[in-house]
Design a binder for this molecule. Structure first.
Ligand code: FEO
Ligand code: CA
Ligand code: CA
Ligand code: CA
Length: 641
């Protein structure tokens, strides 16, 4: 049918079956093309990728980083010199969340594994593998998408790129270091997970598990602030603190406070300095879903992805000038505003999977956030957003990941709650065996209704009056993932069927037609609780009918994360992160767990995945590489329609 008809069909494609292969599977009538894998040159001057991972730190700074995550496509204008609405050429901006050291470093002769002879050069290469990439892309005359290497827009932003600290935390005592006594500039951004975008053509990128890069040498008693954000002596095992004093808390105890923020980047200004927007709070940020509320305020929804953490939204002080989207005034809207945290209540009827909620402001001097209670000023409230939320009694959620707003229903918003093995019961039934203070288990509540929530769920809420800046809402549960054969307290919702099994919803985004795309980062063992779910995947939901249909399956060991479209919705970009990562998904994230040994990697030359090479007939098995997948419909129609 015509494109108009295709756009009207919410789920117009044939579902794909669950799969456990080492390829990307898309529906019949669709194609999947790989571009911009880890290590590919960022521009025409950059060095080629070395398949044995022996590229240096300086070379990695000129190559695509590792483990692609959140992503946005910004079409060019007609003149090809700025932000516009073109669907054949633009800037693809995406995050590099972390590295898999077992694939990221070459092991030299005589070395046992990547940890042998860990040097500052290795730390610098790791830092260069993080951050983001701005990639000029276009659809060529043959219909394929390609990097435009001879372009001034191509840019790597990484763990040592200078960034401005803006907002209430700028100049705060907790932000000052010996290298930056004013607390106004930080080097780099780390663990950039989900993303957002603004109507003025900038990219928002979200620092998540920043704590994993820090550690300390010698004895240290961590502060309450360090404990609350999960800073430990060895971090996640990246070893940077052993060679780079910036990451050693005993040398630079305030450096971690300069991470965990939302960063705004102007991709059309290659010399622009990224800005950490501290009015949006500091926590383990997943994504940043920006909507213009019906009253003109700019609202940014954000989750803090850790067990029993919180859901937030920022509301700007100023209002959006819709007549001049890229105006100077609009471009300053994230400079000041109010951060709120969500409280969910059961509502007037108990145990009906719906209820009411309120947004509580995190403002110094209000709600007990005062000096008497240990908060020094607004910058302090932002740096310690988690403690401020604890203090006001916000609702602990089952790991809030991405938030997505329905473009067809003003004020309707969804959040993925990926899983939580610390909910309900007592510490004695923590599956991970932990009984430490931080392993406390809040009871089940209506919005987080399952003890040991292994499959995850999605909550929907509707802001009062359809206005995203409202301070109250009604909510319901959109889907409880799981196995339809399971009944009782662990049962999934009725929209989970044998044909759409999945676990651990994570990425979440709407296209402009109102389809809701769900990406998973979970257990891909395909056994037990996870039988018949296969590899991590992407599904599409009709928000009105709640029908869910599987659209894409990723290769072995990966997570599917990051999604964006050209303005005409005829090209979709999706990221494949950590193909070949050892472990069973949700237990492995965050990374470098004990289940992953270099001996395991060494014993398996295909390293459990050879994607994307595995999708090329006759290719020799090589180390896996995160990459972007370009999805098109063979008939050129709207994706999903
Ligand atoms: Fe980086 Fe919460 O996923
Ligand atoms: Ca209720
Ligand atoms: Ca995620
Ligand atoms: Ca996840």
């Amino acid at each position: 049918g015509s494109d108009g008809e295709a756009a009207e069909r919410m789920l117009g494609f044939t579902a794909v079956a669950a799969a456990s292969g080492d390829t990307v599977v898309v529906p019949a009538g669709y194609t999947a093309q790989v571009i911009a894998p880890w290590g590919a040159p960022i521009d025409a001057l950059a060095p080629a990728f070395k398949a044995d991972a022996s590229n240096t730190a300086a070379e990695q700074e000129q190559q695509i980083g590792d483990n692609h995550d959140g992503m946005a496509f910004f079409g060019f204008n007609a003149a090809g010199n700025g932000f516009g609405n073109r669907s054949d050429e633009g800037l693809l901006v995406f995050n590099h969340e972390y590295i898999n050291p077992e694939y990221f470093y070459a092991v030299a002769a005589g070395e046992t594994d990547w940890t042998t002879n860990f040097t500052l050069e290795k730390a610098r290469k790791g830092q260069a593998g993080h951050g983001g990439s701005i990639v000029h892309v276009r659809r060529n005359s043959g219909g394929a998408w390609e990097q435009v290497l001879n372009s001034p827009y191509n840019r790597r932003i990484h763990g040592n790129t200078p960034m401005t600290i803006q907002g209430p935390a700028r100049g705060n005592d907790l932000m000052k270091t010996e290298a930056d006594p004013g607390g106004i500039e930080v080097l780099g951004m780390l663990n950039n997970c989900g993303n957002g975008r603004t109507p003025w053509g900038t990219y928002l990128t979200c620092e998540e598990n920043f704590n994993g890069y820090f550690g300390w040498n010698g004895p240290r008693t961590p502060s309450a602030l360090e404990n609350r954000y999960g800073l430990t002596a060895a971090g996640f095992g990246y070893r940077w603190h052993t060679v780079d004093p910036r990451f050693d808390l005993n040398a630079n105890e305030n450096e971690p406070n300069r991470f965990g923020w939302i960063v705004e980047i102007d991709p059309f200004s290659p010399s622009s300095k990224p800005i950490k927007r501290t009015a949006l709070g500091r926590f383990k940020h997943e994504n940043a879903e920006l909507v213009v509320a019906s009253d003109g305020k700019v609202v940014v929804y954000m989750g803090c992805d850790e067990r029993n953490e919180y859901l937030y939204k920022f509301v700007s002080t100023g209002t959006f000038d819709a007549a001049n989207p890229t105006s100077a005034a609009n471009r300053r809207l994230l400079e000041s505003g109010t951060l709120y945290v969500a409280k969910f209540a059961a509502g007037s009827t108990l145990n009906d999977n719906m209820g009411t909620g309120t947004w509580v402001p995190l403002v110094f001097g209000e709600n007990g956030l005062t000096t008497a209670n240990g908060f020094a000023n607004q910058g302090d409230v932002m740096i310690r957003s988690r403690q401020a939320s604890d203090f006001v009694g916000a609702t602990m959620m089952d790991r809030p990941e991405w938030v997505a707003a329905n473009p067809k229903v003003p004020g309707e918003v969804f959040v993925t709650l990926t899983n939580n093995n610390r909910r309900g019961g007592t510490t004695s039934n923590n599956p991970d065996g932990s009984t430490a203070a931080g392993s406390a288990r809040p009871p089940v509540d209506e919005a987080n209704p399952r003890s040991n929530n292994v499959w995850g769920h999605i909550v929907r809420w509707n802001e009062a009056g359809g206005n995203a800046s409202a301070l109250s809402f009604n909510w319901d549960i959109f889907v409880l993932a799981g196995q339809p054969s399971v009944t009782g307290a662990r049962a999934p919702s009725a929209n989970v069927t044998a044909d759409n099994l999945f676990n651990s919803p994570d990425g979440l985004a709407f296209d402009s037609f109102g389809r809701m795309w769900i990406q998973t980062d979970g257990n891909y063992s395909n056994a037990g609780d996870f039988a018949n779910m296969g590899n991590n995947q992407m599904l599409v939901a009709d928000p009105a009918t709640k029908e869910i249909r599987r659209f894409l399956v990723g290769p072995s060991g990966c997570e599917v994360t990051g999604i964006t479209w050209t303005p005409d919705r005829k090209t979709m970009f999706v990221n494949i992160q950590h193909p070949g990562e050892v472990g069973s998904g949700s237990g492995r994230h965050p990374r470098i767990s004990a289940d992953q040994t270099d001996a395991q990697i060494a014993a398996n030359p295909t390293m459990l995945s050879s994607w994307p090479a595995s999708q090329t007939a006759g290719a020799t098995p090589v180390r896996p590489r995160a990459a972007t997948v370009v999805v098109r419909r063979s008939d050129g129609g709207v994706i999903g329609g």
